[in-house]
Design a protein around this ligand. Sequence first.
Ligand SMILES: Cc1cc2nc3c(=O)[nH]c(=O)nc-3n(C[C@H](O)[C@H](O)[C@H](O)COP(=O)(O)O)c2cc1C
Length: 207
Amino acid sequence: MYYDPRIDLKPSPLKFNPLNALVGPRPIGWIATVDREGRTNLAPYSYFNAFSSDPPIVGFAPNARPGGGRDKDSLCNVREVPEFTASIVSADLAAAMNETSRDLPHGHSEFTAAKLTEAASRNVRPPRVAEARAALECRVFDVIALPVGRDGRASHLVLGEVVGVYIDDALILANGRIDSLALAQVARLGYNDYTNVASLYEMQRPD
Ligand SMILES: Cc1cc2nc3c(=O)[nH]c(=O)nc-3n(C[C@H](O)[C@H](O)[C@H](O)COP(=O)(O)O)c2cc1C
């Protein structure tokens, strides 16, 4: 089949938008932010990725809520305090990560609701998830409004420079590499489908 998403996001015979099943698996940025009063917010974002390594740049995209409504707390917070942390979700943290996607009222911390622990960051105000084995501390350098959707509202892309990297020492192999199998990073596919890194293979680049 072939379809034009400008005309139909869920073309017959597809009941659901297939895009997230095609562009996947996507890593999950477990994004912590603070508002100007210093209240913490935590939420998972699978529109998340790294875009450059020097300087290291990562980004996440808070979607406009379907049918309108207030902006997501993570977006409101980075407009007030332009910093975030992106903790990495390992397989044993998947359920807790999912729990933090609840739409709690602004100012209510998902850390508390999901019984997670805040660990202080060094170079930014938002904490990281202490239970996560790795986390990136990021300073926002741009918030880009994406093209306006069908309901007239724009999603946004929040771009941050990584200014601190936390890694659990137990993940660092003797050869200086990260043990990806021990990290067992969770990633999102389409719908409510997930996968996590459970096998890997190496491939040398051609000269
Ligand atoms: C695995 C997962 C990935 C998600 N990815 C996104 C995303 O990329 N963009 C988005 O707007 N919402 C995403 N969500 C939904 C948000 O986590 C949810 O709307 C949350 O309440 C937003 O929190 P906030 O308002 O505290 O920022 C995702 C949810 C889950 C469970």
